[in-house]
Ligand binder design. Sequence first.
Ligand SMILES: N=c1c2ncn([C@@H]3O[C@H](COP(=O)(O)OP(=O)(O)OP(=O)(O)O)[C@@H](O)[C@H]3O)c2ncn1[C@@H]1O[C@H](COP(=O)(O)O)[C@@H](O)[C@H]1O
Length: 114
Amino acid sequence: MSKDLQARYVLERLFDTVVSRKDASPSLSHSARLMARGRNKIAQKFGEEAVECVIEAVNGDRDALISESADVLYHLVVMWVDAGVKPSDVWAELERREGTSGIEEKASRPKHTP
Ligand SMILES: N=c1c2ncn([C@@H]3O[C@H](COP(=O)(O)OP(=O)(O)OP(=O)(O)O)[C@@H](O)[C@H]3O)c2ncn1[C@@H]1O[C@H](COP(=O)(O)O)[C@@H](O)[C@H]1O
């Protein structure tokens, strides 16, 4: 497999690694430690990383944004594993949306009545 193709599957490989850490020792694996601390902690960490990502985007620091984006994706993958969501579930949802304009989709939503 080419390096480029291999890189495209990095999220799937990360997912498989985190799944394999479910029963690992929290003293040896950060993923195991995070999952042992429970869903609220996982969600909190994801939120913190997302905020750090936003800060770097606003600051215009490209390298920091790349690094924070990787942190966000790692913590998202841990959240998927904890919640029983597979990458293929998310890819399927993205594929379902493919070709539908966001403007069109928003306009088709039922109107809220006060
Ligand atoms: N991509 C990552 C990754 N990104 C960030 N991190 C870790 O996330 C932690 C974030 O640190 P923080 O201080 O923000 O969080 P914290 O240690 O939970 O501290 P608190 O805020 O809770 O006090 C650091 O320890 C980072 O090293 C990651 N840890 C693991 N991975 C991947 O997951 C794989 C499995 O890792 P382990 O589960 O550790 O074996 C690795 O091979 C990597 O591919």
